[in-house]
Design a binder for this molecule. Sequence first.
Ligand code: GLN
Ligand code: ZN
Length: 790
Amino acid sequence: MALTHPFPTATVLGYPRIGRRRELKRAVESFWAGRTTADELESTALALRRDTARHLVSLGLDADGGAVPGSFSYYDQVLDAVALLGAVPDRFAGLTEAGPGGHGRLPLAAYFAVARGAGDAPPLEMTKWFDTNYHYLVPEIGPGTPIAFADDRVVREFTELARPDDGGAPVVTRPVLVGPVTFLLLSKAADGSPEGFRPLDRLDDVVDAYAGVLRALAAAGAPWVQLDEPALVTDLLGAGFDEVADAVRRAYARLATDLAPGRDRPAILVAAPYGDLRGGSGDGLALLAGTDVEAVAVDLVRGSAPTGAVPGLDSTTLVAGVIDGHNVWRADLGARLADLEGLTAAGAGAVTVGTSTSLLHVPHDVADEPRLDSALAGWLAFADQKVAEVVTLATGLTQGREAVADRLAESAAAVRSRAAAPGVVVPAVRERTAALTPEDAERAPYARRAAAQRERLDLPPLPTTTIGSFPQTAEIRAARAAWARGELSDADYTAAMRGQIAATVALQEELGLDVLVHGEPERNDMVQYFAEQLDGFATTVNGWVQSYGSRCVRPPILWGDVSRPAPLTVSWTAYAASLTSKPVKGMLTGPVTILAWSFVRDDLPLGETAEQVALALRDEVADLEASGIGVVQVDEPALRELLPLRTAAHAEYLDWSVRSFRLATAGADVATQVHTHLCYSEFGQVIGAIDGLDADVTSVEAARSRMEIVPQLADAGFGRGIGPGVYDIHSPRVPSVEEVTELVTLAAKAIDPRLVWVNPDCGLKTRGPAETRESLANLVTATRTVRATL
Ligand code: GLN
Ligand code: ZN
């Protein structure tokens, strides 16, 4: 097959799209608020896309040939695919207008309505994107869902940069789309689909529509297109390798073989980020090499490099993802260049350099972090630094090491400086983890704990509690921000937070809750709050990363051995306890969640880092106990999220993650009640682990799935306290007394009622004060009703 354009020697699989100063976030939110028009939003987005593309060229990517990824999105790349296909659920059909070929196209306002809901129509569900902290919208596909080439936005966006009308330099980008197989495997069957229907059944329709897009891109002059197929690196999407392989063969026979490259379509790069193409029950690399796509991008950070010749790869370009798109460390360029040189064994037609994943998951630029310690800054690579690394490696690969000798030397010096820096390895921390014994992760048998806790806490049946946070009002956020800016003194800040805590305690007493919380007003974020106080972490000022839509987070950077220089939460919790005779629950974030929502170090196994965090928390639990606290909750909402994409790796992960939780909590006295909170609804793969945590009480999200989890736990023999959420905190809706009564009754029937707790699904920080009061009042009333029937 004749290649009109060889694949660029250096590329990245995607680039942050929210803007260096979160320009897109602001533009989108002002459109939502009705302060700007769709035209204004589109012109802000165009300017951002132009600046970004030209900036990437200034960093060394080629301006033509498709080296610069066209990976922009107004909200989410999966929603973009929904829009491209016009695959809109019926409830939004009225919002579409006629697009090319008369198919239903979503104007911008409707596109956002599908993402965020409109009137009575709930939005698409949102869930985690592979093993990242990015959330995508889950398409709903049924047998009758419209699927066609309905929206040519991706073509327009290509043309706007390739033939700009602002007099600036043109950039020939490589449009990036979610691949057809991954799109359908990430979809769920639309409500009302017949039994046995699966979205993948619509593959031919999706592929036909993609064929239309590819034709249009070829006509517009795009040399390359990128189709992301990370479905090939995971076992968690409910399809086995053979089924995925069959779908890939069918899809790419139609797209790559039946369409003539250069005429009917651009050359195709299939990217397989986030994991190991060859780690499942079949070889995904050989599978792709056997299709007629011109290039395959592999993740060589998470995945393994082929050690021998791969059949069919001789006519394919291998885009070697040796720069980590998912973490923030500067690469050891000498070692990565050696990896690239070693790839010749695979027998690829050509080897070029790329990132392991899109750079969507890292902040823009280390130079935007004036407050970072300068040594630490020298070890980091954010998106722009990673582009430069890719360019350096490509130069080294094509022109020889001498051509980049200076940069290799700088990189080696950074690696050495990091390894030797104070704080990276702290002997006292290492000695403590080395001395751990299995007993350190064991508590006394549950029966003994339960008896001691009954005596100490004297709670009614079906005890009521909350998950920790209370509404974070504008007033609370303003006080925290003023304090951070130095405009509020420590004393005034403490007084303000204590005022909030006192009000929260008073409210809970008035409502009649049984186990109270302090409400977490002092916490900006449940991970950052801890990272700011622990040694071994740094936090950023501008290190924003898109979490979903316009929402961005600033993950802390875990760079060294972790320890706790001083108590973290004790003064706030003890203050709350001093205001009431009811038990107050101390609130900590667990080790796995702290790791999951941070950038973690890559020079120590995650399990060992987790032990260090666990021991810091263990000391905090001891200090809470010493101050008289008898109930401590350790939240692990991310336990499910870090679950490896390959089933073969699950046992090892669950082993260290469960152990780290137990290390954090097993120092507690028998009479101290340990709670945990897990918030997601897919428990299937972690049900054994939930039991393994050995918490006295476990609260879980359950309201939307109508307590489904409770019988599952009962079947698995779970015999400790369980608090299935009875109040869906994801919406402002107040649950009625009847509704809560019904859910509590369901739970108390499915499992021994003496084990059942009553609580909301999750923390209340995003809720308003009025709806919170009303909802909790209903929760208490309903509980009293059910109690009377026991
Ligand atoms: N304790 C936390 C809160 O209530 C738990 C949050 C979470 O599970 N995501 O906000
Ligand atoms: Zn939660």
